[in-house]
Design a protein around this ligand. Structure first.
Ligand code: UD1
Length: 369
């Protein structure tokens, strides 16, 4: 019997790749998506042949009940996704992420499914894990505000020594530093609590920095590669916060889609939170240089702003062991080899550079300093 998966947010960046992945693997797919305008500024994305589409908000209980009817699994990706924006559009983020998840779960009480996988985020960690000069691990690092901006961007220990970032695993305690992170953690917990109470295998995937074709290039809150691509495509230098030495883990969207499928299928993963990253880290300065050269505009050197975005962490990259052990998942795409197809896709897109708008929205509220 063919299984049916409901993908909420199935017209978004990751959702669309997941829909294709599931169809390729013989699933029937239903999408529930409200086509958030900020994400779909270039117009409604084309529908993928073979999938069924319901357009509307997850917070609409009637629609949700209709969407879950007859489905066997749920992948819950519908969400508001901008960390910076979540610091001033607070009600929108709490509504779109927490309340929407609550409505979806209520619909699932009446219609139990075989598994539910929710898109969580590395943002729940706050700072990643660090090691000090004596080899001790630090799990609760926060940068001091008075140090940020003095050029001492890296977290330090009490003796003032720089801490070394190391891979972050799922046992690192969460440290919620933005409204976005708070809502992602609430989604994650709600799905886990629901899963335990109603005996529905539930998994939360903590996604690291996802990139690839389909990212909303004109949405300035979607991630650094999209920001830089829209700058470079408009002949502008990428703008880099801090000194550009902050490190992140970039994972390709097709790998992420595969991780979702594996999580939907893996009974051993029930009740677990799992990192989905590549396990490799790159500095933001490196990212700017790699992308500029892939786009053939290596002369567009990044502008280093020397200012930090409020709520930004310094370094975080994934420990990938749990994903390997529980899902048999390791990222297959490497950033270096994925940039060329990404750039080809960027060239076909109409890009509006809204980075300036993002900066002034944040600056006006004192969220860049
Ligand atoms: C954050 C979230 C992550 C979320 C992602 C997309 C945290 C720790 N993580 O990641 O869960 O999925 O946003 O919403 O909050 N940068 C620039 N110039 C730019 C844009 C970004 O220098 O134009 C820098 C940022 O200051 C940051 C790094 O690039 O240091 C990465 O930023 P971004 O891609 O926005 O995502 P994260 O903050 O890592």
């Amino acid at each position: 019997m063919v299984s049916t998966v409901l993908v909420t947010g199935g017209m978004g960046f990751i959702g669309r790749h997941l829909v294709s992945e599931l169809l390729r693997h013989g699933y029937r797919v239903r999408v529930l998506d409200s086509l958030v305008e900020q994400v779909h500024q270039a117009g409604e994305p084309s529908r993928i042949d073979g999938a069924e589409y319901i357009i509307g908000d997850v917070r609409n209980a009637d629609l949700c009940r209709k969407a879950v009817r007859g489905v066997d699994h749920v992948a819950h990706l519908a969400a508001e996704v901008g960390v910076g924006q979540s610091m001033y559009e607070i009600a929108r983020y709490v509504g779109g992420n927490e309340l929407a998840t609550a409505v979806l779960l209520e619909a699932l009480i009446e219609h139990p499914v075989k598994s539910i996988v929710v898109a969580s985020s590395m943002s729940v960690y706050g700072e990643g894990r660090y090691r000090d000069a004596d080899g001790r691990l630090h799990d609760q690092v926060r940068r001091r505000r008075d140090m940020i901006g003095t050029g001492r961007w890296d977290p330090r220990d009490d003796a003032g020594r720089r801490l070394e970032p190391v891979p972050t695993d799922e046992d690192k305690p969460v440290d919620l530093a933005s409204i976005y992170a708070l809502t992602k953690f609430a989604q994650e917990r709600a799905v886990m609590i629901f899963g335990a109470a109603y005996d529905v295998p539930a998994v939360a995937l903590r996604l690291f920095n996802v990139f690839g074709a389909g990212q909303a290039l004109s949405n300035p809150y979607t991630g650094v590669l999209a920001n830089f691509a829209s700058r470079l495509a408009s002949g502008q230098r990428p703008t880099v916060f801090e000194d550009g030495e902050q490190r992140r883990d970039f994972v390709h969207v097709e790998d992420v889609a595969r991780a979702f499928r594996l999580a939907l299928e893996a009974p051993s993963a029930a009740g677990q939170v799992i990192n989905v990253g590549s396990g490799r880290s790159y500095s933001i300065r490196e990212i700017a240089a790699l992308l500029a050269s892939a786009m053939g505009v290596a002369d567009l050197q990044p502008e280093i702003l020397g200012k930090a975005r409020s709520g930004d962490i310094r370094h975080c990259f994934a420990s990938t062991e749990r994903a390997r052990d529980l899902l048999g998942f390791t990222a297959e795409h490497r950033l270096e080899t994925s940039l060329e197809p990404f750039v080809e896709w960027v060239r076909r897109e109409t890009v509006v550079d809204r980075n300036g708008q993002m900066r002034s929205e944040l600056e006006r509220r004192g969220l860049v300093a």
